[in-house]
Each structure stands twice: as structure tokens, then as C-alpha cells.
Write a protein that binds this ligand. Sequence first.
Ligand SMILES: C[S@@+](CC[C@H](N)C(=O)[O-])C[C@H]1O[C@@H](n2cnc3c(N)ncnc32)[C@H](O)[C@@H]1O
Length: 275
Amino acid sequence: MSGQRRQTMADLESAYEGLERLDSFPGADALAAHRAALLERNAHQADFLVALLGDAPRVLEIGCGNGRLLIDLARRGRLATGLGVDLARSRIAFAADWAQAEGVEGVTFAAADALTMDIEPGAWDAVLCITSAFAYFEPIAPGTAARLAARMREALAPGGLLCLELYPHPEYRPLLAATGGHARIWHELPEADPWRFYLSDLRLDGDTLTHAKTFIHRHDGRVDTGRREQIELYTEPALRALLEAAGFTDVRCFAGWTDAPYDGGELLVATARAT
Ligand SMILES: C[S@@+](CC[C@H](N)C(=O)[O-])C[C@H]1O[C@@H](n2cnc3c(N)ncnc32)[C@H](O)[C@@H]1O
């Protein structure tokens, strides 16, 4: 990768640290509204997984963020055990507090690096990595995504399910080609989010997208800047090859959280089975 500095683990640690700190919510109502909005907005992900998971699966989620997916599955009574891991301690604290408030059993959250944490081989029926978290690894150093894929495969019991959600951002390729490789885009976040505006500063270098973010707080106007991340923009053939090389079979690529085959759009959901 030329031009941009490579992503380091320190970049990844700071990219999400401090987000969803419990004291950033003005009160219990705002926190409850945020949790409810997370579950409502993302119910389709749990719907899709429920159809694929067995009766009482043991589920490991890598890069679980605020824990919403495992909490949703547990609320539906669909987990035997769940472990969510994330680098960001503030998000793990949010997830653990939420799980306790829900009274869901068997779900735990841990602050850890997915590349180095201990994983018991064959201990999980499903490994999930959504919201493009898998795409963060390759920009650290070539071969890092393959290392993570191999760890995920080892973590799974034979026949276990891998599910990845990726954002290939097909719209950024022509945009960044037209702007010489650099663009800035403002977004407005949903009303229940404590942060209201979000600026994306984007640079594309080969298949690696560098994304610097600025957030503006909804309630106190605070500006949060300096978060930077790099993600790999996967094509379907590249992802398939990577997973097969890591020992997965039956790789299927869907157009988002649907049963339609992937069509080159903005959301790629891949499932695969551990051999
Ligand atoms: C885009 S967020 C997705 C969060 C969550 N999956 C969701 O849907 O809300 C990516 C997450 O991956 C986490 N992450 C990045 N690198 C990681 C690593 N090496 N180990 C564990 N988590 C990591 C980040 O801290 C961040 O919370």
C-alpha cells in the first residue's frame, strides 16, 4: 500500500474507544432509547442468523462493539452461550451493562484483541464478525485477514458456521476515482444516537480505504475528531479465495441479510462452514 500510513493496533484501539461511554447519555431514558433503536434497526441481522443457528448454539462474536447482536439473540432465547470480544473497553462496558440490565444469561463480553486472545479450538458453533469488522485486519499487514480467518476456523466445531458482514463500498470507487482519490462526506445520524453529525474523510489506495471520522454531539455540541481507520474493500472472488484458503467450505455470498445472491452492492453477507 503506497501513500497512506498503515493501520496499527493503536489506531484500532483509539478508533472506537470512548464511544457509547455510559456517561455520554444524558439520562436513563436516552440510554433506553438508544438500546431500543439498536435492536429495532438491526433485527434483520438476528432474524437471518436465527434461521441458520442450531437450537442452543455457542456463539463467538469478534468486534462485537456495543453487544447488540448477541443481546438480541439472547433475548430471543437462541443462545446457549455467547462471548463478544472487542478492543474498545468503553463498548465492552456498555455491552456488559446492557446484558446485565436485560438479565440475559450466558452472554459475556471481554475487551481483547481477536488476533492474540486465547481461543479454545472447536469450542464454538458459530463465529460472527459483522459491520465490516473483518475488513479492519488486512490493512494492518498483508496476510493479517488470513490469520484471523484461520483463527476463526480453529475456533469452530466441525460444520460450525462463520458469518461475515462486509461493506465493499462500490460507490466509493467511482467517486474517489473522479476526485483523485480523496473526498469528504457529511452524514446525519438517527435521532436516538447521542452523536448527531458525522464527517467521513475518505482516501482510496488500491483496495484499502482510509477513513478519518469527526463526530458532533447531539446534546452538547462536543466535537470528537482524530479517529482513523482503514478497511479492505473485498470483492466476492477475493473473499471466497481467502476463506477457502483458511479451510472453510460452502462459502455463500448474499446481497445483504437476505437469501438473494450477492449482486455487487453495498452490503455483502458471507456464510461458510468449518471443515
Ligand atoms: C465497525 S465496528 C462494529 C461493531 C459491532 N460489530 C456492531 O455491529 O456494532 C468494528 C469493531 O471492531 C473492533 N475491533 C477492531 N479491531 C479489533 C481487534 N483486533 N480485536 C477485537 N475487536 C476489534 C472495534 O473496536 C469496533 O468496535
